[in-house]
Design a protein around this ligand. Structure first.
Ligand SMILES: Nc1nc2c(c(=O)[nH]1)N[C@H]1C(S)=C(S)[C@@H](COP(=O)(O)O)O[C@H]1N2
Ligand SMILES: [Mo]
Length: 426
């Protein structure tokens, strides 16, 4: 606040410079925090830091919007200053579009729980897109306009102009021809081509580094018809034999195929399983503890349901056709004792857990799923068996589900310990 008051007293030129500097720093910090938040492999590393970092990212985002607002009253004068300066006009336009795109999509993501569900998905897409374009642009901008290139350039231009003036100066009458220090135009041109070459190299290097992941992101973002799901299924590292045979509704994919893309999340290395040693257990406060092998588990009656899948970070996948065993049926088989109040879920990754109250666990769409869109649930998406709780955010949908325990006291799940809301209702 004090800084803003100080800033208000500055003359126009210094005001603009200050805003530019603030903006550069904030964008740098936003980019770093944003990329760390986005990178899937960082989710395990960060743990509780993730919730905290997201809050920091949001505050930085608000700060960047403030800087943008401070710029508004200066726009008219700035534009006048840029008349005739094509490159700078373009730069300003691009920067403003990127900053606006980031701000608007960021605001929606920040407040998405109060907005229609489809907004979050769109906002996430644009937030990502502006980042794919904006961060490389910012990097390029700061390298190619860095002081050493600028000063070098300015020096060269001055030298050229001086040489030009010298050449045009006619020697006065009677005066002997003055030897002019000839300006080496060839060297100058070589230098300029070298500089263009350096710039192109920077751009090329960045494209090489960013290109592949950008391509993957584009493919995933543009795919709404499940081909991403096919690829994930094809790369499945689980060896679960025999594979489950889909029910008719599942084989026909009654939901029409999942719309949208799962972002694959894990807090551990993605585990793989084999039917040789996989088993599914129910224990704790039950009359008949259960232990099923894969074949026994597949013999339990399943049902098919179509439901949406919402992650609390803003992305959703619509119309998933899940096939699995209703959790309530498994609980019935084990016989829940009256003392039991909560159902605790253990992931086969050895790390992740979550819990539901008994009442929540009995909602009729809570499914222990083995298939998605008529295919065995692949490893990346939590296969061979995952929990699906459509009415709650997906951190309740434990992947690689392998054990269930009936308990008396509540249990705080993996992400809830690290700051996610215990109330996960969508
Ligand atoms: N074992 C385990 N289950 C998990 C998670 C996890 O990291 N590990 N992430 C949760 C979160 S936050 C989400 S959004 C979904 C993501 O499911 P997906 O990786 O199949 O897209 O899984 C949930 N279940
Ligand atoms: Mo999530």
């Amino acid at each position: 606040m004090a800084r803003v008051r100080e800033w208000l007293k500055l003359p126009y030129g210094r005001k603009l410079k200050k805003l530019h500097a603030w903006n550069a720093w904030i964008v740098l910090l936003l980019a770093v925090s944003g990329i760390v938040l986005y990178a899937p492999f960082m989710r395990g590393v960060l743990q509780e830091g993730r919730v905290w970092l997201k809050q920091v990212h949001i505050y930085l985002g608000i700060a960047s919007i403030v800087v943008l607002l401070l710029y508004v009253p200066l726009i008219a004068k700035h534009l006048k200053q840029l008349v005739g300066k094509r490159a700078q006009q373009w730069n300003l336009g691009i920067v403003l579009i990127i900053l606006l795109g980031w701000s608007l999509s960021g605001l929606v993501l920040w407040q998405f729980r109060h907005l229609p569900t489809h907004w979050a998905n769109a906002a996430l897409f644009f937030h990502d897109l502006f980042t794919w374009v904006g961060v490389p642009y910012a990097v390029y901008h700061s390298i190619s306009r860095s002081r050493w290139i600028k000063q070098d350039e300015a020096r060269e231009k001055q030298a050229a102009a001086r040489a030009q003036r010298e050449l045009q100066k006619r020697p006065a009458d009677g005066e002997p021809e003055r030897p002019t220090a000839a300006f080496d135009y060839d060297a100058y041109r070589r230098k300029m081509t070298r500089r263009t070459f350096v710039r192109l190299s920077i751009a090329g290097l960045m494209a090489a580094v960013i290109g592949p992941s950008f391509y993957r992101w584009m493919k995933a973002a543009s795919d709404t018809g499940g081909s991403a799901l096919d690829n994930i299924a094809a790369a499945d590292g689980n060896r679960m034999l025999p594979p489950p045979t889909p029910l008719a509704e599942s084989a026909q994919v009654v939901g029409g195929g999942a719309k949208g893309n799962f972002r694959i999340y894990t807090v551990t290395k993605i585990p793989s399983f084999s039917s040789d040693n996989w088993h599914f257990d129910i224990g704790g406060l039950v009359d008949q503890p259960q232990k099923w092998t894969w074949e026994q588990f597949l013999a339990l009656p399943r049902k098919v349901q179509v439901s949406d899948f919402h992650c609390v970070t803003g992305w959703s996948v619509y119309k998933c056709t899940w096939e699995g065993i209703p959790l309530s049926e498994l609980l019935k088989l084990a016989g829940v004792q009256p003392k039991a109040k909560y159902v605790k879920f253990y992931s086969g990754d050895g790390e992740y857990t979550d819990a539901l109250s008994l009442e929540q666990a009995h909602m009729d769409d809570v499914l222990v799923a083995v298939m998605l869109d008529g295919k065995p649930l692949p490893q990346d998406l939590g296969g061979p068996v995952r929990l699906v709780v459509p009415k709650m955010y997906a951190y309740k949908s434990v992947k690689w589900l392998q054990a269930i325990e009936l308990i008396e006291k509540s249990h705080i799940g993996y992400w809830e310990v690290r700051g996610y809301d215990n109330d996960a209702w969508v």
